[in-house]
Write a protein that binds this ligand. Structure first.
Ligand code: PYC
Length: 401
């Protein structure tokens, strides 16, 4: 049913109708001061039992959550809802909470997804991957999302003492672990009142990650063990020649390159993306992989930091060709494993990794026998609480791409 933006409609003929998002109604009802201001439009009453003037309404074109009849008499907005079409009746509603960690977005899926059962997390991930993968694309890809967002499906844990289980995903598939994402999940759980500052455990498909929520916006995550798999691997990259890098695991597989001709600045992002994408393809062609022939799907470049307070600057290409806006938690873990292997970092020493936006993750490692256990500290901020609508009749319901 088309939604009218304004004009005479209904009865009496003199009433004026305006499409209004529920948030405006809620804001006006609860707190008139929060109502968006563009220009005075009309005085309206929201509820007969608790009348308040909105006074001003936005005239920006908006998608309506309901149609509000505006007159000097009083109405409840439910009275004005148009009858739903059959498609609207079957809309799937997926509740998400968005945040960013050092600039890199995380979309936590809170409810509205399919029932993945109560078994081990690995089985639930398999069910998501094989039976409901369209929802991954629906939630993250355009037109609802973008290539940049990392998804974090929040689920009940299947091991004791965990605050939550989480499955990370992106525009290209599923991630074993995600450092910025885990910090985003911790801050999101705090925003929801599900955890308070202190120590927590979060289950991921690759193991349990310990989280210390330092404040409502800052968390330290203790990652799963990281290690260097190959030092100084050589790969021929068409148009760029021979490139040397380390293959390391930090929760995802990375190829870490120190020697390259590029200036790691935001304005060079297209060039950096072209180069790292070419490296990734060259690694695949040359069959250079992580352990158990795992694909190396993250490429990380390093340079000196711009800020002398930091130790290094990086650029990280993610599997779906977007670059990490943050300094990359798993990439920083892989880097620290290489530094430990080279004797260039001592356990307990701080490593300040600057990302392409200039934001910083503070890393440290502790040793458990020969295992390198990295921890990463960073800050995240909640940016949106939303309900995604999945309409089975929408040709782009499963995302673009
Ligand atoms: O922070 O680990 C990370 C990460 C992986 C991909 C994007 N961010």
């Amino acid at each position: 049913m088309p939604i009218p933006h304004s004009g005479p409609r209904g009865s009496p003929e003199t009433d004026v109708w305006q499409a209004v998002p529920a948030s405006i109604i809620a804001a006006a009802t609860l707190d008139p001061a929060r109502t968006p201001t563009v220009r005075p439009l009309i005085e309206i009453d929201i509820c007969s039992d608790d009348s308040k003037d909105i006074g001003e309404l936005t005239t920006t074109p908006i998608v309506a959550d309901c149609i509000l009849r505006m007159s000097n008499t009083s109405f409840s907005h439910q009275d004005c809802r148009p009858a739903m079409t059959p498609a609207q009746h079957s809309l799937q509603k997926i509740v998400v909470l968005d945040s960013h960690t050092a600039g890199e977005p995380t979309r936590c899926v809170l409810s509205g997804g399919p029932d993945l059962g109560a078994g081990p997390l690995a089985k639930r991930l398999e069910r998501l991957r094989t039976e409901h993968d369209h929802l991954r694309r629906a939630i993250l890809c355009e037109p609802r999302g973008s290539d940049v967002i990392v998804g974090a499906w929040i689920l009940p844990p299947d091991t004791p003492d965990c605050a939550a289980a989480v499955i990370f995903f992106n525009n290209a598939g599923y991630l074993g672990m995600c450092g910025h994402g885990t910090i985003g999940v911790a801050v999101t759980l705090a925003h929801l009142g599900r955890i308070t500052p202190g120590a927590h455990r979060i289950q991921t498909p690759v193991g349990i990650v310990r989280v210390q929520l330092d404040s409502p916006n800052t968390a330290t995550i203790e990652n799963i063990p990281a290690y260097r798999h190959i030092a100084n691997a050589r790969v021929h990259v068409p148009q760029f020649g021979e490139i040397i890098g380390d293959v390391a695991w930090g929760g995802n597989w990375f190829f870490l390159i120190k020697d390259h001709p590029f200036d790691l600045r935001l304005e060079n992002v297209d060039q950096l993306t072209d180069f790292t994408w070419a490296v990734r393809n060259a690694l695949t062609s040359a069959e250079i992989t992580g352990a158990n022939r795992a694909e190396i799907d993250h490429i990380e470049l390093f340079s000196d930091p711009l800020d002398p307070a930091n130790h290094s600057r990086n650029f990280v290409l993610c599997p779906g060709k977007a670059y990490d806006r943050s300094p990359c938690g798993t990439g920083t873990s892989a880097k620290m494993a290489c530094l430990i292997a080279d004797g260039k970092l001592a356990p307990g020493e701080t490593w300040r990794q600057e990302g392409i936006l200039g934001t910083v993750f503070e890393g440290r490692v502790r040793m458990e026998g020969k295992q390198v256990i990295p921890s990463i500290t960073g800050s995240a901020f909640v940016t949106a609480e939303s309900t995604l609508l999945y309409d089975p009749t929408d040709p782009f319901r499963d995302g673009i791409g």
